[in-house]
Design a protein around this ligand. Structure first.
Ligand code: 3PG
Length: 217
């Protein structure tokens, strides 16, 4: 079952290698945001566990939308990973690499994007059996040059740069062959959400999809 999710994610990332972050404290707002992103061509979303209602928000997207793959982000502990999966998360994202969290996901074939920013962390992820990791915080951790340096050593490893990715630098990150997708919050600006301007989110999503298509024809 979950191996199928990995394949679906792979196919979705071929079409649009972008994972927008959703941080919400109201499930209705989360659902509207996810639908706005989907209307713009982005249907893999990460709901970050940074608000009290984050799990409710994530579950609402799972239940009230169709054809959107929803993952949980900012997963810090095994307990949170379990909660997220039981509430419908199809993949897990962490800011760092915690062996127990990675192992929990590996044991259940739940795709996990654990955060790494050094060769040591990438190597530990590799030793655990991970072949795709988050590169975080991508811009501060050395951006594209660092990613290229890590990719030249870890030939089987693929990366999801997140943290400081924007429409401006998205094409550069996507030009690196080891990048599976880029994640980020630039597609879901707080101001637009607070103003109920979901059209702005759809527009940002469309713009990102167009940039990705140009970067990876
Ligand atoms: C994350 O949770 O991965 C980061 O907060 C995303 O960083 P960004 O807000 O710079 O996109």
């Amino acid at each position: 079952m979950s191996k199928i999710i990995a394949q679906i994610l792979e196919a979705k990332f071929q079409a649009a290698p972008i994972v927008p972050l959703i941080e919400a404290d109201d499930p209705d707002v989360a659902v509207q945001t996810a639908k706005a992103l989907q209307a713009g061509g982005l249907d893999v979303v990460e709901v970050v566990l940074r608000t009290d209602a984050a799990l409710d928000c994530m579950e609402a997207i799972v239940k009230e939308t169709s054809d959107i793959i929803v993952g949980a982000g900012t997963v810090l502990t095994v307990y949170q990973a379990g909660q997220a999966v039981s509430r419908g998360a199809r993949f897990v994202v962490s800011p760092g690499l915690v062996d127990a969290v990675a192992q929990y996901c590996l044991d259940r074939s739940v795709p996990i994007f654990a955060g790494t920013m050094t060769a040591g962390e990438v190597q530990r992820a590799y030793a655990l059996g991970l072949r795709t990791v988050k590169f975080f915080p991508a811009k501060l951790a050395g951006g594209v040059p660092m990613l290229k340096a890590l990719s030249s050593v870890f030939r089987e490893m693929r990366f999801m740069p997140t943290g400081g990715v924007s429409a401006e630098n998205l094409p550069e990150f996507l030009a690196v062959p080891s990048v599976v997708a880029c994640g980020g919050s630039w597609l879901t600006p707080k101001g637009s959400i607070e103003a109920g301007d979901y059209g702005a989110i759809t527009k940002l999503a469309k713009e990102a999809v167009a940039l990705a298509k140009a970067a990876r024809p």
